[in-house]
Design a binder for this molecule. Sequence first.
Ligand code: NAP
Ligand code: G4F
Length: 330
Amino acid sequence: MAKRALITGITGQDGHHLADLLHDKGYEVYGIIRGQYNPKRTLLEREQPFIKLIEADLTDQSSLVRAMEVAKPDEVYNLAAISHVGYSFKNPQLTADTTGKGVLNVLEAIRLSGGEKTVRFYQASTSEMFGGLDYNRPGEGYDENSLFHPRSPYGVAKLYGHWITKNYRESYGMHASCGILFNHEGEHRGIEFVTRKISNAVARIKLGKQDYIELGNLDPKRDWGYAGDYVEGMWRMLQQDEPGDYVLATGETHTIGEFLDLAFKEIGVDDWKPYVKQNPAFMRPAEVDILLGNPTKAEKVLGWKRKVDFPGLVKLMVTNDLKLEAQSKD
Ligand code: NAP
Ligand code: G4F
């Protein structure tokens, strides 16, 4: 019998990669889609017709119970969230309801539908929970035992999701695991995130469709990996006999300036400064200055290792956007 997986956040970047991975492994894949008209539905139905879509919303408990009853999953991957840090400052309550309490709604839906002893659960925790402020482990990076100090409504909401998942593991013996994932990017990354915003703008500048790009703070450093590598780690967490928490990261950190260097070099531009303007609108009330992860536990226990390195990631993203922009008229 094929295993069955239910993915929340199916229209997002990680949902796309994870659905492909599970489909390739022979799973029956169910995905939760929200809204009475979701513009991403058509694309999803065209590119990934194997996904069985269920209309539900993370803020509507009854819709999640129904999703559990329809999908009857062996594994639930909770990827849905308000995931943009800047947006979370402007919509903090929506972020708390979705990114925080939404996790509780999924866990309760599993229990209410009788799955607490049989269903395996993955929670999308994040390096944003560390916050960068207490960074005191030079060269080592944050690991599963590091202190949390979230710096945004998003990070705070994710910390609730992280702890309620651990609480359900300890209270009800659920096979519930948290992946503390550092930034991961790629061809399916939303245009609102800095890496894709840059790769898209670089492609448009090369094709004469755009003159410059407006960005916020260029100093922060991130541990950037490739999303396709990270969904493999999510799956491996749920194949363990025991649930647990794992950091997935590359162990390298780079500034946005370094991303710009490599991205513009892809189109033959050595100095990007004439093409970049700073706009305070893209700055945040509080910033996470540096993120660097230590994936030793995941490497040892899960046998997980990232495959795509930083230059490879930038190249992949710019190449993809050059192709897409060459095909589109606007
Ligand atoms: P993403 O592209 O922003 O996708 C977010 C998904 O959540 C979308 O499918 C969105 O659906 C869905 N969603 C939002 N509100 C919802 C609601 N009320 N009910 C149901 N679905 C809802 O995020 P991602 O990059 O794939 O990340 C996946 C998860 O990992 C997120 O939880 C994120 O916070 C976490 N994470 C990401 C990273 C990273 O670097 N990518 C790192 C650590 C953790 P719509 O299409 O309808 O908006
Ligand atoms: O690309 P970002 O928006 O990603 P951020 O804030 O690191 O969050 C992402 O990674 C987290 C894991 O650590 C996830 F949990 C979260 O869901 C999301 O996927 O911003 C990266 C950096 C920030 O320091 C931001 O201030 O880039 C800086 N930045 C500078 N200019 C910008 C811009 N970010 C965006 N989005 N847009 C700009 O114009």
